[in-house]
Design a protein around this ligand. Structure first.
Ligand SMILES: NC(=O)C1=CN([C@@H]2O[C@H](COP(=O)(O)OP(=O)(O)OC[C@H]3O[C@@H](n4cnc5c(N)ncnc54)[C@H](O)[C@@H]3O)[C@@H](O)[C@H]2O)C=CC1
Ligand SMILES: CC(C)CC(=O)C(=O)O
Ligand SMILES: [Mg+2]
Length: 368
């Protein structure tokens, strides 16, 4: 039997730094759990532009379509800010998501007990928090046409289009309802049906899918601005939140801070099942390339490590090993290990990115 295949696209900025720690974890599984993966690496984002003049080479795109899972670090950075929009690093990531048809982006926000004091909210508001944001990932305003910057009279006009079809809304709604059934059985759908036609359609379709296929799941609706407020006020009222591409992007960064840091939030981007019954999948931290700390050994690798835990769960049918890895992260945090982003003012010396990765591997080892 061949090993499951993984394509690593570490990308730019802190991407390669956090991915180096995931490599340690992957190697540990190969050596200690008889869970070997065929790992290949390639370029995406600014580093791909530097080499090929495009943020995603066609060969890389083809490889991504073939493997069992893609692990991505992050893309972008100030070096590429002035590039033409068509070759910006971020466009490489958007192309991957679109062409792999990864429509359901799962962004779990869980607050580890050891970090409940550190969250930007009060301890009782976040302790035990476990919510799942399901963000639509392949449509909406990041992809809609027309788009561009045009000249109108004497001034420029920037245009983006929010566009959703019924089927795009229905399939991500189903992902959210299916997940809810395995969790707290509640879905809150967020849009702005008060001011956007796409929001009206979103609400209608989610309501129809619910009535026809998931009447056992509790469904509520919220305008996304009020949802942002409720996420900060009392996040534990939510179980699964389903929302569009733009609102999901914003709400998940906000949810990250409930857990302590943007460096804590993993994600899984899932598409339709392949021939083997597993979804097409890409796993990546929610954060970006963090140019302000890149190259300094300060990046928190936990979001990327937890993204690999999601790969173990959703792509490789290794739920128990995913639990083991999440537990290892919990142990390391309970032991007081903190990267700089998780430090308060109490004078604790931060660990480096590599030290955090080593500590996670040591905790895995101790779990045997
Ligand atoms: N999926 C991706 O590849 C994403 C790429 N980006 C790109 O990244 C670049 C920088 O964007 P920003 O808005 O600064 O967002 P960012 O997520 O890179 O950073 C925001 C803040 O969070 C901190 N941070 C992020 N990840 C961290 C980690 N693992 N450990 C410790 N601190 C961490 C950063 O130091 C920074 O202060 C841009 O080019 C942007 O387009 C942004 C978001 C997602
Ligand atoms: C490059 C952006 C589209 C990525 C982003 O901010 C995200 O997906 O969270
Ligand atoms: Mg984002």
């Amino acid at each position: 039997m061949t090993n499951p295949s993984i394509l690593i696209l570490a990308g730019d900025g802190i991407g390669p730094e956090v991915m180096a720690e995931v490599r340690k974890v992957i190697d540990w599984y190969g050596n200690k759990r008889d869970l070997a993966f065929d790992v290949s690496e390639d370029l995406v984002g600014g580093c791909a532009y530097d080499k090929h003049g495009t943020p995603l080479h066609d060969d890389t795109m083809a490889k991504a379509q073939e493997v069992d899972a893609v692990l991505l670090g992050a893309v972008g950075g100030p070096k590429y800010d002035a590039l033409d929009f068509s070759v910006k690093p971020e466009r490489g990531l958007l192309r991957l998501r679109k062409e792999m048809d990864l429509y359901a982006n799962l962004r779990p926000a869980q607050c580890f007990d050891a970090l409940a004091d550190f969250s930007s909210l009060k301890k009782d508001v976040v302790a035990g928090l476990d919510i799942m944001i399901v963000r639509e990932l392949t449509s909406g305003i990041y992809f809609g046409e027309p788009r561009g910057i045009i000249k109108e009279g004497n001034e420029r006009v920037g245009i983006n289009t929010q566009r959703y079809t019924e089927s795009e809304i229905a399939r991500v709604a189903r992902s959210a309802f299916e997940l809810a059934r395995k969790r707290g059985n509640k879905v809150c759908s967020m849009e702005k049906a008060n001011v956007m036609e796409s929001g009206i359609l979103w609400r209608d379709v989610v309501t129809e899918v619910h009535a026809a296929e998931y009447p056992d799941v509790e469904l509520s609706h919220m305008y996304a601005d009020a949802g942002a407020m409720q996420l900060c006020r009392w996040p534990k009222q939510f179980d699964v939140i389903v929302t569009d591409n733009l609102f999901g992007d914003l709400l998940s960064d906000a949810a990250a801070m409930l857990t302590g840091s943007l460096g804590m939030l993993p994600s899984a981007s899932l598409g339709a099942p392949m021939d083997n019954g597993r979804p097409k999948a890409l796993y990546e931290p929610v954060h970006g390339s963090a140019p302000d700390i890149a190259g300094q050994g300060k990046a928190n690798p936990i979001a990327c490590v937890l993204s690999f835990a999601m790969a173990l769960r959703y792509s490789f049918d290794q739920g128990a090993e995913a639990d083991r890895l999440e537990k290892a992260v919990e142990t390391v945090l309970a032991d007081g290990k903190r990267t700089a982003d998780l430090l308060g003012e109490d004078g604790v010396t931060p660990v480096t990115t590599a030290e955090m990765g080593d500590a996670i591997v040591a905790a895995l080892e101790a779990s045997l």
